[in-house]
Design a protein around this ligand. Structure first.
Ligand code: ATP
Ligand code: MG
Length: 326
C-alpha cells in the first residue's frame, strides 16, 4: 500500500513556489476515490519554531495556511488533515531519531547551511529539524512524499534513518521516497532567479498566494530577465527566463518545449495572466473557507484524532524496538 504524506510549515505567508511545488501536487494525488487514510496532509507548526517567529502570529499563520491548502484542493474529507503540534508522537519519535542520526549528517544539510548563514542566533531546532521531519514521515509509514526539489535531501536522510533504525533495532519503518512535480519543482525568486522563492525571505520577487492580482502582475512584469533578448529554456544560462517558462508551463499545463515567444514582454504578460488565472479562484475559495474559522478549527481537531490513531502504533513499535519498555 502506498501512503502519501506532505506537511506545510506556517513560517510566513505561502508563496507560488509552495503552491506549484507542493500544494497542487499533493491535491492532485487525492483523486476522486482516495481512501482517507492513504493521504496524510497537515500543518507543521513545530517546524515554524526553527527560525525567529512571532508567538502572537503563529496560530493565524497556521490557520491561513490550512485554509489555503484546502482552497488549493486538499479536501479534508478525502485525507487526514491535521496540525503537527496536536500529535505529541511527532516530538517523541523525533527524539528517538535524533538518537539514531549523526551530528555530521545533520550539519551537512543544505537547508541548515543556507538558513543558518542568514542568522546570528541559530536555534538548535534548525539543526535537528530533519529528525522531526523524518518523524513526521515515518510515524505514518508513508511511502511517497510530494515536495519541492529543495526537500529531497531531507527525504533521503529520512530514508537513511529509517534503514539504519530498522537494521539496528528491527523492522519498524516503511522506506519513503520524495516525488517532485514534472515542472516547477523549484520555483526561483523573480527578482533574484539564482535563489529559490521562499516564504521566509522578504523579497520583491516573491509572489504570495494572497497578493492582490495587480501586485502579482507588477511582480511578474518586473521579473529579472537575462542578457540577450532570445526567449529560450536554459536554466543554467538563462535562469530568469527559464523560471518564467516553468511557471507558465505549470500554471497552464502546457509543456515548456511547446512554448514559443518572440519577446520577454510577451512572455511576462502571458505568465502574469496565467498566475492570476490560478490565484484568483484560489483566493475566492480561500475567502469562503476563512470566513468560517470555527469550522476549520474543527476540521483540524478531528484530523488530529485520526492522525493520533495512525501514529501511535508506530511510536509504540519504535519505543519497544529501541529498548524502552515503560
Ligand atoms: P521557508 O523559507 O520557511 O523554508 P518555504 O517557502 O521553503 O519556506 P516550506 O514550508 O519549507 O516553504 O515548504 C513547503 C513545501 O513547499 C515543501 O514541499 C517545499 O519543497 C515546497 N517549496 C518551497 N519552496 C519552493 C519553491 N520555490 N519551488 C517549489 N517548491 C517549493
Ligand atoms: Mg523551506
Amino acid at each position: 500500500m502506498a501512503r502519501v504524506l506532505s506537511l506545510f510549515t506556517p513560517s510566513g505567508r505561502p508563496t507560488l513556489g509552495n503552491l506549484l511545488g507542493a500544494l497542487h501536487p499533493s491535491a492532485q494525488r487525492l483523486g476522486p476515490d482516495a481512501s482517507r487514510t492513504d493521504h496524510v496532509y497537515g500543518i507543521s507548526d513545530l517546524h515554524a519554531l526553527t527560525t525567529p517567529h512571532d508567538p502572537a502570529l503563529l496560530n493565524e499563520r497556521s490557520l491561513e495556511l490550512a485554509g489555503l491548502a484546502v482552497a488549493a484542493g486538499i479536501d479534508p474529507a478525502r485525507c487526514v488533515f491535521f496540525r503537527q503540534s496536536a500529535v505529541p508522537a511527532h516530538t517523541e519519535l523525533s527524539y528517538l531519531l535524533e538518537s539514531t542520526a549523526y551530528y555530521g549528517e545533520m550539519h551537512r544539510m543544505i537547508q541548515f547551511k543556507e538558513k543558518s548563514a542568514r542568522q546570528e542566533a541559530v536555534r538548535l531546532s534548525l539543526l535537528t529539524y530533519p529528525a522531526l521531519m523524518a518523524a513526521d514521515i515515518l510515524l505514518y509509514q508513508a511511502t511517497e512524499v510530494p515536495v519541492g526539489a529543495d526537500q529531497s535531501q531531507h527525504v533521503e536522510l529520512t530514508r537513511d534513518l529509517a534503514e539504519r533504525f530498522n537494521r539496528q533495532y528491527g523492522p519498524v519503518f516503511a522506506l519513503p521516497r520524495a516525488v517532485h512535480p514534472a515542472t516547477a519543482a523549484r520555483v526561483m525568486d523573480l527578482a533574484e532567479p539564482s535563489r529559490k522563492m521562499s516564504k521566509s525571505v522578504d523579497s520583491p520577487g516573491t509572489i504570495y498566494l494572497l497578493d492582490p492580482v495587480d501586485v502579482v502582475r507588477r511582480k511578474v512584469m518586473r521579473a529579472v530577465t537575462d542578457s540577450g533578448s532570445e526567449v529560450a529554456y536554459d536554466p543554467e544560462g538563462k535562469p530568469g527566463v527559464s523560471n518564467l517558462l516553468d511557471i507558465l508551463s505549470a500554471c497552464t499545463d502546457v509543456p515548456v518545449e511547446t512554448l514559443s515567444y518572440a519577446s520577454y514582454g510577451a512572455l511576462k504578460r502571458d505568465t502574469a495572466d496565467a498566475v492570476i488565472g490560478l490565484l484568483e479562484p484560489l483566493q475566492k475559495r480561500y475567502d469562503e473557507i476563512a470566513a468560517d474559522r470555527a469550522e476549520l478549527e474543527e476540521v483540524l481537531r478531528a484530523g488530529a484524532e485520526q492522525a493520533r490513531a495512525l501514529a501511535e502504533p508506530t511510536l509504540a513499535a519504535a519505543r519497544k524496538a529501541i529498548g524502552l519498555t515503560a
